[in-house]
Design a protein around this ligand. Structure first.
Ligand SMILES: [Zn+2]
Length: 236
């Protein structure tokens, strides 16, 4: 009976291991997906900053062009002033020139703003780029580790299943049926006793019952939860 009880404990441990490795395996793809999203977000932020620099450069050039065009306009208008016949006409042209010059000053202010933003971005982009690369390298390393871990978990699960299969076959028929029946209802079928307590339902066991269990000469069930109780010296 000693062997059967020890075998039952071993089978339960294998069952637990299979369950744990399965749960851990199921979590890994989600964790990998989360890390991949983090990399993507960082890369998108970097791309946004790079695009913004290009956009600022482009806008700056457009404004430069606008200023040149306005300067050409004013010089044409200046030439026209020599040909005017009336004071009214003359004033109208001067007004127009004033208006264009005012507009050019506004454009120059806007260009300073664009330049400042570009400077700021340029100063930080190298750091953003380096940070993104570092984050990506570290995170890809983590992902590779997780994939490796996943493989080893699959292997561990396979081995535990094979071992469980072998050990289960060694049990007497009645113990097999009992284990299967309890497992179906209670998930965990075998509970080692720790601190005079059933580790399945945490019910305290009576002194008399404990003495019976210590003899280890038959399979005994917890009065409270119906699981197989096993007294193991090494565990208490
Ligand atoms: Zn119990």
């Amino acid at each position: 009976m000693d062997t059967v009880l020890d075998l039952l404990v071993k089978i339960q441990n294998l069952d637990d291991e299979i369950k744990d490795t399965g749960a851990e395996l199921a979590r890994i793809p989600q964790e990998i997906a989360k890390l991949e999203t983090q990399i993507k977000t960082r890369e998108e932020d970097l791309k946004k900053a790079e695009d913004r620099i290009q956009e600022l450069k482009k806008n700056y050039k457009l404004k430069e062009l606008e200023i040149t065009e306005n300067e050409e306009k004013t010089s044409k208008l200046n030439t026209q002033t020599f040909a005017v016949k009336t004071n009214e006409e003359y004033r109208a042209i001067l007004n127009e020139i004033d208006f264009i010059k005012k507009r050019n000053r506004e454009i120059e202010d806007e260009m300073i703003g664009l330049m400042e933003e570009e400077e700021q971005l340029k100063n930080s982009i190298d750091r953003i780029r380096a940070d993104t690369k570092e984050f990506k390298d570290i995170t890809l390393g983590k992902i590779a580790d997780m994939k490796k871990k996943s493989e080893s978990l699959v292997e561990r699960g396979k081995m535990a299943k094979a071992q469980l299969h072998d050990d289960f076959a060694k049990l007497p028929e009645d113990a097999k049926n009992l284990y299967t029946r309890i497992k179906k209802v209670r998930d965990k079928a075998v509970c080692p006793i720790v601190d005079n307590t059933c580790t399945g339902c945490f019910a305290n066991l009576t002194h008399q019952f404990l003495n019976e269990l210590k003899q280890r000469n038959k399979i005994l069930l917890c009065d409270n939860c119906g699981r197989i109780l096993v007294y193991t010296n090494s565990r208490t």
